[in-house]
Design a protein around this ligand. Structure first.
Ligand code: SAM
Ligand code: SF4
Length: 326
């Protein structure tokens, strides 16, 4: 179950909790916003819990909650508490922009969030406002401090790298890994519906490495697990690691073990694939757990070996990132 025709076993499910966000990041969503689904098109907590339980019964042991911004979903703590009780789930993770985290962290941690990624693309307040089209820089820094204080080790910080915007800050981000339990993950800028992607804004992984090494000297390569999306390195002597998500310059489809559930209940077997199956419609039509399992397995069997190249992706009509969740 959950194995595709290339032998990839899917043990990691990313669930988007909302299409809404309290930021408007340029690389994630178009300036005019995205058309939001009517409220009753979104999965309820009961539906999310039922699907999560089904996936876990069939081998998923890691769930990541994402969005939009997962923390703007009303009563998110209640859902986390329910998911935190699923037998067989080893990792319950969240990716957040951090704005609402200082308020919600204690309850989320108690409910079982045991892995946290906070997104931050710049360490300069004016650039933050420029890229997110909103205020909130100080809150994100506070969220990072609070998460460290709460004992997340490592705390992951996601940084989308864009030429001419923040590529002069690579070294400053790497410096965060020196003494604190912060793993920085540099993400290659990816094309999605309406995000104005251009290949000259993408900074490929090898260029990032070269520019970091100019500043700190040779990086040490760390062995990655078979399903790792990130290529990991360390500055010799530094406490934490630096990862690179190289979806554009060197895809990692061969080890892909991820499935995605959008806030409106569509199963996506590939981040960049436009094929979707509505699990919401099947649930609401009264499918049993066994029938749901068959629908999910059939979708997984249609998963391709690898996603298309970046120029083809830029021309495809995938959802904007905010409606997928990363
Ligand atoms: N709102 C949350 C956040 O920002 O962390 C969760 C959702 S967000 C869509 C998940 C991740 O996708 C974030 O780390 C974000 O930086 C990343 N992301 C969004 N658009 C991207 C793009 N075009 N290329 C690469 N990463 C992107
Ligand atoms: Fe919101 Fe996250 Fe997208 Fe930024 S990257 S607009 S914080 S969903």
């Amino acid at each position: 179950m959950l194995t595709d025709t290339f032998g990839r076993r899917h043990t990691y499910l990313r669930i988007s909790l909302t299409e809404r966000c309290n930021l408007r990041c340029r690389y994630c969503m178009p300036e005019e916003g995205v058309p939001l689904s009517p409220r009753d098109h979104l999965l309820t907590f009961e539906e999310i819990e039922r699907l999560a339980r089904l996936f876990v019964r069939h081998g998923v042991d890691k769930i990541r909650l994402t969005g939009g911004e997962p923390l703007v979903r009303q009563d998110v703590e209640v859902l986390v508490e329910r998911l935190g009780r699923l037998d067989g789930l080893r990792t319950l993770a969240m990716t957040t922009n951090g704005l609402l985290l200082p308020k919600k962290l204690p309850r989320l941690k108690a409910a079982g969030i045991n892995l946290l990624n906070i997104s931050l693309d710049t360490l300069r307040p004016e650039r933050f406002t420029d890229v997110t089209r909103r205020q909130g820089f100080d809150l994100v820094l506070r969220a990072i401090d609070d998460a460290l204080e709460a004992g997340y080790d490592p705390l992951k910080v996601n940084c989308v790298v864009m030429r001419g915007f923040n590529d002069d800050e690579l070294g400053d981000f790497v410096a965060m890994t020196e003494a604190q339990p912060i793993e920085v993950r540099f993400i290659e800028y990816m094309p999605f519906g309406g995000n104005g992607w251009a290949d000259n804004v993408l900074v490929p992984f090898h260029e990032m490495i070269a520019r970091i090494e100019e500043r700190v000297g040779p990086l040490e390569r760390i062995h990655d697990g078979p399903n790792e999306t990130s290529k990991t390195f360390r500055v010799p002597g530094f406490r934490e690691r630096v990862g690179f998500i190289t979806s554009m310059s060197a895809h990692f489809c061969a080890g892909c073990n991820r499935l995605r559930l959008t806030a409106d209940g569509a199963l996506k077997v590939c981040l960049f694939g436009t094929a979707e199956v509505s699990l919401r419609d099947a649930l609401r039509a009264g499918a049993t757990d066994d029938e749901m399992a068959e629908i999910i397995q059939a979708a997984i069997l249609r998963k391709k070996a690898a996603h298309a190249g970046m120029h083809e992706l830029a021309a495809s009509d995938n959802r904007p990132m905010i409606l997928i969740g990363g």
